[in-house]
Each structure stands twice: as structure tokens, then as C-alpha cells.
Design a binder for this molecule. Sequence first.
Ligand SMILES: Nc1ccn([C@@H]2O[C@H](COP(=O)(O)OP(=O)(O)OP(=O)(O)O)[C@@H](O)[C@H]2O)c(=O)n1
Ligand SMILES: Nc1nc2c(ncn2[C@@H]2O[C@H](COP(=O)(O)OP(=O)(O)O)[C@@H](O)[C@H]2O)c(=O)[nH]1
Length: 218
Amino acid sequence: MGPPGSGKGTISKRIAQNFGLQYLSCAEFLQDIGTANETEASVLVKSYIDKRMLVPDHVVTGLMLPRLEQLSGHSWLLEGYPRTLGQARALNELCQLDMVISLNIPYETLRERLSDKWIHPASGRVYNMTFNPPRVKGKDDITGEALVQSEDDKPEALMTRLRHYKDVAKPVLDLYKSQGILHAFSGTDTDRIWPYMNSILSAKLPAQQSESHLPPVA
Ligand SMILES: Nc1ccn([C@@H]2O[C@H](COP(=O)(O)OP(=O)(O)OP(=O)(O)O)[C@@H](O)[C@H]2O)c(=O)n1
Ligand SMILES: Nc1nc2c(ncn2[C@@H]2O[C@H](COP(=O)(O)OP(=O)(O)O)[C@@H](O)[C@H]2O)c(=O)[nH]1
């Protein structure tokens, strides 16, 4: 969990690679559904994504939980789900989470990062012009297509998104705190937060699963 720009995507890919976890991004999953063959669900999901609104709890939960059940033989890391208390309660019905990670990043850092953030819309690949720049300025590393900046990442839009995040996330964070599984990390740099996170995860994950010798992904 974490506000927009807090580094959820960046750090969760790093965790998944280092610890050999199945990584499931709710946003990417919904994006795939929204662009798949036209069905009632895909049209509905796409209409919310296009408006940058959260897909209603019962819809996203009805799609995510069966997907998670398919991963039942594996250890997984979820990003972007649950976002609301309703989603968290539904997930609790399916399984007991081992750990919830929350990123506390100062507003000024979020603003700076997002003003430097570029994305490849077709794939969702994310770049930052200082932290992880593309190999060729303005072009996606894999396809060579143009990168774009999102209106959503501009300071005015960011304030609104932050307020929304705080309102919606608070009850979710309170729930996980009461269950004793919430770990919050504060800082301005992903690379400085990483060693703390790595040591806590190394202590929690079974030894045979830990593959912390793998190089981190930027
Ligand atoms: N549980 C979720 C997660 C994502 N989405 C949809 O997927 C989009 C992209 O999600 P995400 O990449 O998480 O972007 P934001 O919601 O803008 O937040 P952040 O910048 O923190 O990643 C959201 O706008 C929303 O339409 C959703 O409906 N429900
Ligand atoms: N400068 C800087 N940028 C970072 C750092 N960590 C992540 N980023 C960038 O910040 C932006 C937001 O990160 P992302 O992982 O997409 O955050 P999310 O919105 O929480 O999923 C991206 O452009 C990242 O490349 C960091 O420590 N320093």
C-alpha cells in the first residue's frame, strides 16, 4: 500500500524477483481484462480505468479472487489490491495474509518523482528520468515507442489523488494494523528503504524460498 508515486510498482517487482514470489498487479490485471475481447466485464472494467476511477469492489473482487485461487500452490505478492476496506474484507475471507507493506513517502518527494515520471501507455512500463531513465530519451526500452507523461501526475491532480488515497486507505491500514501484519516503511529513496524491507522479508519468508542473491531490478 502507498500513495501514488510511493514506489509500489518499483519495489514490489524487486521483492517478487528477489524472493521468487508470483507478482500480481491489480492495475495490470484489470488493464488486461479491459483490453481483452469484449465481454460485459471487460467493457465495465475499461469504463472505470478510462475515467481513472476504482472499479467497484464487487466487480474487482469477483475478478481478483478467482485469479488468486489459481495461484494457490504459490507464494504471491499483490500490488494494488485491496485498495478499499470492502476489498480487504473479501480477501480476508479467502486467506490470511502474512504481511502487508505500507510506504510512507513525503509529499514533496512524490511530487518530484511524478513530475519526472514517464510511461509507455501500451505496456504500463514506468520510467523516471533520474532514477530509472529509458536507454534512449523519450523512448520505451523494449518497443522504441514514444513515452508520455500523465495529466494525473501533475501537482494539482496529485493533491486530489493523495486525499482520495488517504481517505480510502486509512481503514484498510487500520485493519491490518489490528491484525499485527502491517509493516510501514518511511523514506525518500526506494534504494534506502530496500535494505530494511529486505531484512524483514528475509526473516519472514521460508529460507528455501528466499533468493536474495538475485540482483535487484530497478
Ligand atoms: N484495486 C484496484 C486497482 C486499480 N484499479 C484501476 O486501475 C487503475 C490504475 O491503477 P494504479 O496503477 O494503481 O494507479 P492509480 O490508482 O492512479 O494509483 P497509483 O498511482 O498509486 O499507482 C486505477 O485508476 C483504477 O481504474 C482499480 O479499479 N482497483
Ligand atoms: N527519484 C526517484 N524516483 C523513484 C524512486 N523510486 C521509484 N521512483 C520513480 O517514481 C515513480 C513512481 O514509482 P512507481 O513504482 O510507479 O510508484 P507507484 O505509483 O506507487 O506504483 C516512477 O517513475 C519510478 O521510476 C526513488 O527512490 N527515487
